[in-house]
Design a protein around this ligand. Sequence first.
Ligand SMILES: [Zn+2]
Length: 349
Amino acid sequence: MRNTNTGIDYLLDLNTRHSQAFMDLATERRRYRGEHPTEIAALKCMDGRLHLPVMTQSALGIIQPFRNLGGIFNLGWPFFQAAIDQWVDYSISRGRHCLIFVTYHFARGDTHRGCRGFQYDTDAAKAAAINLKNQFDSVYGKGGAVVPIVCGIETDLDALILHGDDGRSIDLANAKESSQLELEEMLRSLYPSMPERVIRDLIPLIRGNIKHIAEIRTTNRPIEEAEHKEWVLGVGRGFDWLHVINTAFIVGPFDPNLSVAIETAARLLKNNIDEGRIDADGVVLLTSGVYRDEAGPEYHLSREKALFLSKFALNIIKDKVPDLAPHLQILTGRTNLNTRKLEVIERVG
Ligand SMILES: [Zn+2]
């Protein structure tokens, strides 16, 4: 049995604390954006260990996360391409470049601390990231405003592995504290077509990661084992406050095979109960839509989306994994992207 908290109240409390931290950083974010205007997104696995703001020592909200099982995405997916294209349009309309971390993850100490979404096959995960990066290049063009880079995330030391255009890579766990000039030269040689502006805006994240790795080494942080203890099934968007290891399966909504992804996650949750790894009464189906503007239709659409996704997911669970249904607490909400606060729309349990 787990000895940590579970259930809806725990989640709401976690969200409140994250939202407060996010709002406390508003001034810092504004200052930072003034200096480093490039918009930054990260495509990554839903694994709770992959917390890039912590790993790069950057303020919450600077890096926009897109999460899916295994970090698997495809620009052919209708909803995913719409979300990306909207983000690119928004950035370009403000005269900003777009930097996209196309990531995979692994652990240097043990293959089995790697990515379950790829059955711990790091080469396959890396190959998928390279394919996705190439897809971005062929859609948006190389050397333009949209700059995708392949980036490994090594979770034992929280180190980023930067993959260059020519197949070379740099593991930041082997990088030394360097001058601005040295870092610029390193990035220029790794990414010859990267615009100057993007290089200057990438450097603080690199510097932050080098510092963070040094701190992990100094404190001798115990290695976090990825265990099957998840007790939340999150469906929708706006979950960057839910970055706790072994807690949540986060699904789509980008994947066109959404129903299959929900079924898979539901089976894994049921398995966690059957194996006695989690408290059967603390399992939560959490759904969230997102919005920025309370005045317009976006606010109301986010409610409709959350309610729809919640019923949709529940129906799949009742149909495919019926033994899980009686255990579920249900939390349906929408997340304000300006505050990261989750507003409760419906709550059962
Ligand atoms: Zn993973």
